[in-house]
Design a protein around this ligand. Sequence first.
Ligand SMILES: [Zn+2]
Length: 313
Amino acid sequence: MTNSLYYTKTGLFRTPSFFADETWLKKRLHNPNTFIVPVWKNLNLVLDHEMPSAITLSGNHARGLLEVASEIAFLGMDGPDFGDDTASAYFAIDVSDCEIPSLAPMLGRAKFTELREVGMLMGRKEGSLLALARGVIFWHQNNRFCGNCGSSSASVQGGRIRRCSNPGCGCEQYPRTDPAVIMLVTRPGPDGGACLMGRNHNFSEGMYSSLAGFVDQGESLEQAVIREVFEETGINVDDVEYKASQPWPFPSSLMLGFRARAISTKINIDPKELEDARWFPKSVVRKAEASGLKLPRTDSIAYWLIKDWLAED
Ligand SMILES: [Zn+2]
C-alpha cells in the first residue's frame, strides 16, 4: 500500500557517480534529451489548473531559462545507464530572480503554481518530479551562506553539495530534510475501535487529522511519537509501530508515519497547538462525509494512515 503515497515516485536514478562528473553534467545540460524543471519562488510550472500537468522544458525554451537561472541542480536520469545518450537527464533550475513577463516567451500557456493546490490532481510521477525540484531548490535558496563561518557558499557536483567560498574554511553542506513524525493513535473497542485526531487553528471547518510534530535532537522516532501525542493531547501511547514515510516538500520535511496504541483515554489538549482533539469511532471515520467530518488532504500521509487503519478488519 506504500506505493500509493504521493510524491514518492519520481522514477529517476540518482546515483552519486552521476553528480560527481561535472564535465558530463555540463554536456548533459545541452543534450536534446535533457529536461529542465523550473522553480520560481517555490512555485512549479504547471499547465492547466483543473487537470494539471507538470511542464518540463527542453531545446530552445530550456536554453532561454538556463541563461537566466540563478541555480541549476541535477535531479537524476530516467534510466540507470550513465553513458546512454538516449536516456533523459532532469535538472531543476531556480528562476526566482526573474520577473514573470521576462520569462513568458519560454513558458507558453503554463503558469507557476503552488504544488499544494494541484499535486493531488496530477499523475504521481509528475507530482513527485515537481516535489523533488521544489525541495532541491528550496534547500539551495536557504543555504547560500556557510553555517560554519558565514561566507557565501556555492553549488558544486551538480547541486549535490554547497561548498563554502572561504578558502580557510571550505565547509561542505549536504541536502537536508527535517524529520517529522506523524501518527495515528488508535484504541481498541467495538466496531474496530477509535482513532485520535485533532484540529489546529488554521484547519478548514470540520477537518481533523492525525497528530504530527518535529523530531528533537537526542530523540528516537518512537520517543518523538510518544512525546508529541502527550504534549498535544495528554494521551499516553505505547506499541509505536512504523508504517511508511513520505517526502513533504512544503517546505522541507520527511514525514515518518506511525501507528500508536493509546493506553489512556482522557484528552487534555494543549490550546497553543490544537483547537480540539477527539476520539473518532471507526464507523464515523468510514462515513466521514456523511458525519460532517473532513479528512486531511488526499495527497498526505495523514490521509494514508487513516485509510490504512480503515482497511483493517
Ligand atoms: Zn565557511
